[in-house]
Design a protein around this ligand. Sequence first.
Ligand code: CAA
Length: 287
Amino acid sequence: MKHNINNITVIGAGAMGSQIAMVAALAGFSTTVVDIEQVSLDRAKEQLWSRVDRDVEKGRRTAEAVQQAKELLQFSTDQDAAVANTDFVIEAAVENLAIKRDIFAQLDKTAPAQAILTTNSSNIMSSQIADATNRPDKVCNMHFFNPALVMQGVEVVPHEGTSQETRDITIAVTDAFGKDVIELKQEIPGFVANRLLGALRLEALKLYDAGVADFQDIDRAAKGALRHPMGPFELMDLVGIDVAYLVRMAEYEQTGDEASKPHPVLAAKYATGDYGRKTGKGWYDYS
Ligand code: CAA
């Protein structure tokens, strides 16, 4: 590709980071996914391998393409070594500002001076992280959607100090991943897609709370009447009720806007600890 990006590093082997890393490897980039926990890397590898093997069985990818991607994808607990020759970093660690700032400060020390540092976060904007580095012009958000192997859109979001070159390269990498670029001209908490989703989710919670319809029927309306692939309650279970709640809370804390506070029904659901698919129960039961 133009701009000479060859080596990609993804920080964090959770649901998002692991699939983003596989997207990069499938696109032909030499990719390393880093996590502090070896068990997270082992789990990520197992899940990714079974995902792509299934794609081969179903005829969605060729065996050669999958084999090549497996060879291109490395797993490591040593971040400093992993970024020593990196050209482009995608951070997808926990949604915690202090942790992200620490990660970026360390990346800045160990990654080559020309490397671009992006974050997959949608509620922590790169302007909140860029000054933890000495290369704020090379920092921006690159926001994927869950499940990253399937969802086509990726939001590219610069902060005020992001250089034009960094935007261009991030867009070129997104293109090379085979994804559709959603280019934002400026930062806004939640970016575009999650703000649209938030409006739908809030209305769904209000309708449910008012007793207008069961949550299953509200999901049926989104699918059967609007052709959404999933209803808003199913989607909360996929993304995680904890994530849905914490994203709202972070936005509320950033903006002070009462309208962005998590809806009481969402807060009550969050308090039960049933976070959706990952805990086996959310709005729906997956056990
Ligand atoms: N990971 C990878 N691939 C997956 C997957 C996963 N978790 N779940 C499904 N797929 C793929 C598989 O290839 C699957 O086929 P197989 O079962 O044959 O392997 C294929 O999708 C179809 O899956 P399903 O038959 O289970 O169900 P589906 O047709 O409804 O598709 C879906 C599943 C792709 C998730 C689809 O329902 C969908 O697009 N849902 C909406 C997802 C969405 O809106 N995501 C955005 C969330 S917001 C966000 O991510 C932002 C943020 O900041 C947190």
